[in-house]
Write a protein that binds this ligand. Structure first.
Ligand SMILES: [Zn+2]
Ligand SMILES: [Zn+2]
Length: 382
């Protein structure tokens, strides 16, 4: 994001580093987009590829060379000049030729040999990530109405694990999402998956079948983002409460600068003022707090995923190891028990099957004394 020196250019709509390598100064996303559009020719950000002759003519003019020189350069630099096999022969591009002296091929052979030595070449997560990328790069929508418009901005947003999971305080981002300038903050909220939303609060040892009806996400819908002194609250549902008011009033009574509030469903990224690289806050389920960092704001490109329906587009997801049942060590833990005479530890994790086999008779009656709490593994979104 190259920008002119702020001392000579007072334009505050162009991001400049506020702290070197950390974050930019504050700028308005929609105005930054306009700065780009004012400086570029429409052909610079058009999805249409120029035909080859036009491209060549423009390129030669820009480089100050003649058409003949360009055509010479093109033939010398053409991949065809690297051909090492007969023209009618189609080589297998996966096979590295023996006795190759080209460094890149040596590296490639090493990598191929290493991969072949592994028992499994790719786990299902890597396969899924590859598939996701293959499906989205340069993807065009079926209907024109779903096309991301030319000159739209794309934001890269990192969402971090909740600080309530201490193990993850130094972890990489949980997810990285791409969103456009016309997305609202409510759409970002809906794209963030957190196990806190799936927790079931309460003790259910007498009625284990009742537990799934009490998911936190359905009970406690309030949430907010905090960007640059403004609380963006979720007020889409009648159950939503303004959970930012307590902080705003506390700040006011303690002499802090005043904070304001707005609705996240009414706020689009293009209308936001932000700092790129600066940690902002997403808070839900009372005290489940996530850092949200916008790491890039740029114009769309023909090679981007251009299908609006696939946004917010997930480009990275961190995986965590799941905690398995203490009995079978196969299935992911679903129940956590305490004061449990059948358990090897206190508390203890069980999968649903082992939990019920150990703690209930054939009629489903509770056997013995124990407390049982539904457990949602933090790897639930792996
Ligand atoms: Zn959370
Ligand atoms: Zn089990």
């Amino acid at each position: 994001m190259a920008a002119p020196n702020p001392s000579t250019d007072p334009n505050t709509n162009i991001p400049e580093y506020e702290y070197a390598d950390a974050n930019s100064n504050i700028f308005h996303i929609g105005s930054f987009r306009n700065e780009w559009l004012n400086r570029l020719k429409p052909s610079n950000y058009s999805y249409e590829q120029e035909d080859e002759d036009t491209f060549d003519a423009n390129f030669a003019a820009e480089m100050g060379i003649s058409a003949e020189t360009l055509s010479d350069l093109k033939s010398i630099c053409s991949p065809d000049s690297l051909r090492c096999h007969a023209e009618d022969q189609q080589p297998d591009t996966e096979v590295v030729p023996p006795d190759s002296t080209l460094r890149t091929l040596e590296q490639r052979k090493k990598r191929q040999d290493y991969r072949a030595s592994l028992k499994v070449s790719k786990n299902r997560h890597d396969l899924y990530a590859d598939e996701l990328e293959r499906l989205t790069v340069g993807r065009k929508p079926e209907a024109m109405v779903d096309m991301v418009p030319e000159g739209e901005v794309i934001l890269t947003i990192n969402v971090y694990y909740s600080v309530t999971f201490e193990n993850f305080s130094t972890a990489r981002p949980h997810v990285t999402l791409l969103m456009t300038g016309s997305h609202s903050l409510a759409e970002l909220r809906d794209a963030i998956c957190c196990v806190s939303d799936l927790q079931v609060c309460g003790e259910f040892s007498h009625t284990p079948d009742m537990a799934p009806e009490f998911i936190s996400k359905d009970l406690y819908k309030s949430a907010f983002f905090f960007f640059e002194g403004v609380f963006y609250i979720d007020m889409r549902y009648p159950e939503c409460q303004d959970i930012s008011m307590t902080v705003i009033e506390w700040a006011k009574s303690h002499g802090f600068p005043p904070y304001s509030q707005a609705k996240m469903e009414d706020t689009r990224f293009a209308g936001l003022k932000v700092k790129v690289g600066f940690p902002y806050l997403y808070c839900h389920q009372g005290d489940c707090e996530h850092l949200v960092i916008i790491t890039d704001v740029r114009l769309t490109h023909a090679n981007d995923c251009l299908d609006k329906k696939l946004y917010p587009l997930l480009t990275h997801k961190h995986r965590v190891t799941t905690q398995k049942c203490a009995v079978c060590h196969v299935y992911i833990g679903r129940w956590l028990t305490t004061n449990d005479q059948f358990a090897a530890s206190d508390p203890c994790l069980f999968c649903d099957k082992c939990f019920r086999m150990l703690h209930y008779d054939a009629e489903g009656n509770k056997i013995g004394d124990f407390m049982a709490y539904p457990y949602v593994d933090r790897g639930a979104f792996n």
